[in-house]
Design a protein around this ligand. Sequence first.
Ligand code: SIN
Length: 362
Amino acid sequence: MVSGLFHRLRTAFPLLLLLFSLAAPEPASAQQKLPNVVILATGGTIAGTGASSTTTVGYSAAKVGVEALIEAVPELRTVANVKGEQIFQIASENMNDAYWLQLAKRVNALLAGSDVDGIVITHGTDTIEETAYFLNLVVKSHKPVVIVGAMRPSTAISADGPINLYNAVILAGSPDAVGKGVLVCLNDQINGARDVTKTNTSTLDTFRTPELGLLGYMQDNRPHFYRQSTRRHTADTEFDVSGLDRLPRVDIVYGYANMDPTALNAFVAAGAKGIIHAGVGDGSLAAPVRPALSAARSQGVIIVRSSRVGNGIIARNGEANDDDLDFVASDTLNPQKARILLMLALTRTSDTKDIQRMFYTY
Ligand code: SIN
């Protein structure tokens, strides 16, 4: 009877070994092969909670902490060695220069370490495109930085946060994402920081790069890239936030029919160092506003002509004679991104020719 038991154990041994190896934790060497990804959590809808599972609007953003976000997606552990850090917890309409500087400095400090391969930033979608472009200009590393959000709060049926976070962590740990600049990853799509914009108040496919196109897709647990930005970014820019504790004030003046210079004059009086004029069409200047813009320029304020249209190049010396007025054309940057580039440009120079060069470089 005892020998029968031994016989059964001997024949079962290979199977037991196989089961043991499947159930046992991965050996250290296998874990080390996974990329090291830090998740910096900043709030937003991805960390939001609603009153019920059907609440997809009117919920509270920025409620769930980073550890709970990570625990909600156990699959993350199979694609990266993940660490979380709650850098702040805000709805992204409250993003400001101080948070940007804090975030950029932390990203740079983490990426300088050889133990970090990539960074994921969880963020509210309302200003994702601004934070992404800011970091695209000031991160001093070619390692991947991926910004992710969600359009539905964590408590909703079919919340998009978990799959978006999973894809973002894979992307941040992927060698394919190295050197591509800051990436925005939601809804299985990868967009570049410079050109992505939020296009819909509530749908999951809100992030688009109109006309110029997305960079690639997340599918089958890996990124698939098809294009990349031609503009300089991250480690190849001239901007450095390491010694900065504030950014120059730049405001946006919106163009519309029957416009007058009231808002412009108020911004100048408030101390604006730069104005983005989000003009109609190709950045046109209404007759009642043009003299006020000129007067502001004479006082040293930098004027950048952008457009409220959302696509296309602002033709330098097109709808206004920028050479005579000493204005800058925003190229294809939308007003909110032109504002970021002008703020950073003003940390380096107030020469309009140099600033124009920057708008054609970044
Ligand atoms: C926010 O931007 O913080 C709220 C909206 C969102 O994340 O979708």
